[in-house]
Design a protein around this ligand. Structure first.
Ligand code: GLN
Length: 312
C-alpha cells in the first residue's frame, strides 16, 4: 500500500539523517564571505517521487543559495534555446578532472571543458536568449522556478558578496571573452551568472527539480512540462560525467546517479524514471560538495539499488 511504502521511505531517510548528523567533517565555504554565515549544523534530505509525493527528513524547508546546482538547469535552457550542436560549439562535454574553478580551456578553440565547471557555466549563461541581461536573467529564474514548481527569488546579500569576491570568475570570463567563447557581453554575463548562483532554494526544491529531470521534463508536482525528454537526457548525461567535478568518476562508481553539487551545501541527484533527491548540509569536502550530502546519497543509492548501470 502507498502509506506503507511512504512509511518505509520516510523512516529510512530518518535513519540516514540521524546517523549522519554526528558527521561534522568538512568546512563551510568562505571564499564568498556571505556563505561563511551559514549554520554548519543544518541537514536536510528530501526525495520526490514521480507521483509528486515528497518524503522529507530534517531541515528541508531552509533556504540556501543554489550555487552550482543551478548549472544543469540553465544548461537545459541553453540547449532549448540554441540546440545541442550550437551549445557544444562553445563548451565541451568532457569531464575535466579538475576543480570547479579551474582555468583550463581547450587549446585553439578556447572552449571550457564542460557546462558544469564555472568557466563552462559562464558560457552556458551567455547562450541563454534575451534582448537584455534583465530578460536573460528573468528567463533563467523562470526556468529554475518551473523546475522547482514554485516562484524562486534571489538572495541579494549573497549576490553582492559573489560579485565583490568573484575575481576568479571575472578572470575566467575575460579570458573566454578574449578567446571569443562568450555569446553575450562579458560584464552582463558575469552578473547574470552571479545572480543565478544566488537564487534561493530548499532541499525540497532540489528534490522536485531532480525529479523533473527524472520524469522526462514534466514537473511531477505541478504537472507542467518544463523541457523535453531529450534535453533531460542530455542534461543528466553531463551531470553523470561532470556534475561532481574532480570527484565525478568516484561519485559515479559509488552513487551511480546524475548529480550536481553547490558550494552552499546543496546537492541534487536524479534517478531516471524513479525520483529526484535533494540534499542540504553546508560543510563541504575538498571537491566543494556537501560531506553529508554525498554520504547520504551514496547510502540511499546503495540501499535502493539505484545505480544507473545496475542490472539485477
Ligand atoms: N557561485 C560559485 C562560484 O562561482 C559557484 C561554485 C559552486 O557552487 N561550485 O564560485
Amino acid at each position: 500500500a502507498p502509506e506503507k511504502l511512504s512509511g518505509i521511505v520516510t523512516s529510512f531517510l530518518d535513519v540516514v539523517h540521524d546517523r549522519l548528523i554526528t558527521d561534522t567533517r568538512g568546512a563551510v565555504a568562505d571564499y564568498i564571505p556571505q556563505l561563511a554565515e551559514a549554520d554548519p549544523n543544518l541537514f536536510g534530505i528530501a526525495l520526490c517521487g514521480l507521483n509528486g509525493h515528497v518524503y522529507e527528513s530534517g531541515d528541508t524547508d531552509v533556504d540556501f543559495t543554489v550555487q552550482s546546482a543551478s548549472k544543469p538547469f540553465v544548461y537545459s535552457l541553453a540547449l532549448d534555446d540554441r540546440g545541442l550542436d550550437a551549445v557544444h560549439a562553445r563548451v565541451g562535454a568532457e569531464p575535466s578532472g579538475e576543480a570547479f574553478n579551474s582555468v583550463k580551456l581547450e587549446a585553439g578553440t578556447g572552449r571550457p571543458p564542460n557546462p558544469m565547471v564555472n568557466a563552462g557555466a559562464i558560457v552556458t549563461t551567455s547562450l541563454v536568449r534575451g534582448e537584455s541581461s534583465e530578460e536573460r536573467f528573468a528567463r533563467i529564474l523562470a526556468r529554475l522556478s518551473a523546475f522547482a514548481g514554485r516562484d524562486l527569488s534571489v538572495d541579494e546579500a549573497v549576490f553582492d558578496s559573489e560579485r565583490e569576491s568573484g575575481d576568479r570568475n571575472r578572470a575566467l570570463a575575460y579570458l573566454m571573452h578574449s578567446a571569443g567563447s562568450l555569446a553575450a557581453p562579458v560584464t552582463e554575463t558575469l552578473d547574470t551568472y552571479f545572480r543565478q548562483c544566488s537564487v534561493l532554494v530548499t532541499a525540497r526544491d532540489l528534490a522536485v527539480m531532480g525529479a523533473t529531470l527524472s520524469n522526462g521534463g514534466v514537473n511531477p508536482v505541478t504537472n507542467e512540462r518544463v523541457t523535453s525528454a531529450e534535453t533531460c537526457q542530455h542534461v543528466m548525461t553531463i551531470m553523470a560525467t561532470c556534475g561532481m567535478y574532480d570527484y565525478a568518476g568516484e561519485w559515479l562508481l559509488r552513487a551511480g546517479l546524475p548529480a550536481k553539487s553547490g558550494v552552499a551545501g546543496g546537492l541534487v541527484a536524479s534517478s531516471p524514471g524513479e525520483f529526484g533527491l535533494g540534499l542540504f548540509s553546508p560543510r563541504l569536502d575538498a571537491s566543494g560538495a556537501s560531506v553529508r550530502g554525498v554520504v547520504a546519497a551514496q547510502r540511499l543509492a546503495t540501499r535502493f539499488g539505484l545505480h544507473v548501470l545496475h542490472r539485477p
